[in-house]
Ligand binder design. Structure first.
Ligand code: PLP
Length: 404
């Protein structure tokens, strides 16, 4: 008789956004007339930029003619896209990353969930707390963790690195064994970024301890301040200890189009084995590539027009971030993030629990955010708002919170 992967049973309750959706559905049932403003889930709202749409149209046309039709894409992604990425995202920033160290995919969510397959089940994963839930859940499903402890909100055999106000929302170097270290900067959910000198400490630590850093830079395009690395490869020695994840979702509004990439330098080895070769083997067996049309769309993100249009969109979201951050602060809230990222991380008033504040905001202002505790126990007492709505809705949400 078939049996299921018992590791799934270790996962508590429902996925965070499913829990939020359930509460919102219940609220809508009892308040059918209420106009809800969604500043919760991190989905974009602006349409795909014209230069990118044009490239997609062109690629669609090519697919309709025998001479230009394309079937399966190369397993690592088309060279035209990998070369554009290497040039614009890395060489332009002084990072020595070549096209054959870049693996195109259809999302950083899958890549961040799948990448743990490269490592032994004996390895220990270290994650920030609060954390983008995929890093932990994928390790749980793979059987790399122990059981979930409801009392602490933690899994056994996972190193949690608390990121709190007192440490500037930066993790501290782990005191215990940590083999695969997940870092995400600019951070989801706290919205805080890491300075280059701070990130260098992690690279040095990983090289000294034989650990691998999975650096999720999905929000790199939102960095507005100097001194903040856009890539971990800006740090010296990162090629021998770090994998970087990137996404076109928040950079160019591709959440529904689906495109991302993972960088694995050739220099990066574990047990003397090249992780670049291992991932290539893995992708060859399990993945058949992002669509040609979508990869052409990705290429257009790096065109002269595409760059300008995408930068304008990001600036618009960051304008919302400013409205939310400054608006909250002017009301007396303590709020973080929102300067190098589209996320605002606010401290709930009077030590309220995250979910209680969620209910209050929904009931009294019709605004949806995300309870901080959903990202890990250190997120308790915090709440995440996103800048991905419209300017009008961000303003309206703030006005309603003011009247609450
Ligand atoms: N990594 C982080 C930190 C994210 O917040 C998200 C999306 O919210 C992703 C990865 C997923 O990106 P993608 O849309 O490319 O799957």
């Amino acid at each position: 008789m078939v049996t299921v992967n018992e590791n799934f049973a270790k996962l508590p309750g429902s996925y965070l956004f499913a829990a939020v959706a359930k509460k919102v559905a219940a609220y809508k049932e009892t308040h059918p007339e209420s106009e809800i403003i969604r500043l919760g889930i991190g989905d974009v709202t602006q349409p795909i930029a014209p230069a990118i749409v044009e490239a997609m149209h062109k690629a669609v046309e090519e697919m309709g003619h025998a001479e230009t039709f394309r079937g399966y894409a190369p397993e690592q992604g088309y060279a035209f896209l990998r070369e554009a990425v290497a040039e614009h995202d890395f060489k332009a920033r002084g990072c020595d990353i070549a096209a054959d160290e870049i693996f195109i995919s259809d999302g950083a969510k899958c890549d961040s969930g799948n990448i743990q397959e490269l490592f032994s089940l004996n390895n220990i994963a270290a994650v920030c707390d609060p954390v983008y839930p995929v890093y932990v859940d994928s390790n749980v499903m793979a059987g790399r963790t122990g059981d979930y402890r409801a009392a602490t909100g933690r899994f056994d055999r996972v190193v949690y690195m608390p990121c709190r106000e007192e440490n500037g929302f930066l993790p501290e170097l782990p005191a215990e064994k940590a083999d695969v270290i997940y870092l995400c900067f600019p951070n989801n959910p706290t919205g805080e970024a890491i300075k280059k000198a701070e990130l260098q400490k992690w690279v040095d630590y990983a090289n000294a301890h034989g650990a691998v850093i999975i650096f999720d830079a999905a929000y790199e395009a939102y960095i507005t301040e100097g001194g903040i690395p856009h890539s971990i490869y800006e740090c010296e020695g990162a090629e021998s200890c770090a994998i970087e994840l990137r996404s076109f979702s928040k950079k160019a509004g591709f959440t529904g189009v689906r495109l991302a990439f993972t960088v694995i330098p050739k220099e990066l080895k574990a047990d003397g084995v090249s992780l670049n070769e291992l991932w290539l083997r893995r992708q060859g067996s399990k993945y058949n590539g992002a669509p040609y049309i979508v990869q052409r769309a990705g290429e257009a993100v790096y065109s002269a027009e595409g760059k300008v249009q995408v930068a304008e969109q990001i600036a618009r979201y960051m304008e919302n971030a400013g409205v939310i951050l400054n608006g909250l602060r002017s009301m007396g809230y303590t709020a973080f993030g929102g300067v190098n990222s589209p996320y605002i991380w606010l401290k709930t008033p009077n030590g309220m629990k995250s979910w209680d504040f969620f209910d209050l905001l929904l009931e009294r202002a019709g605004v949806i955010g995300t309870p901080g505790v959903g990202f890990g126990p250190s997120g308790e007492g915090y709440f995440r708002l996103t800048a991905f709505g419209t300017y009008e809705n961000s303003q309206k949400a703030l006005d309603r919170i003011k009247k609450m």
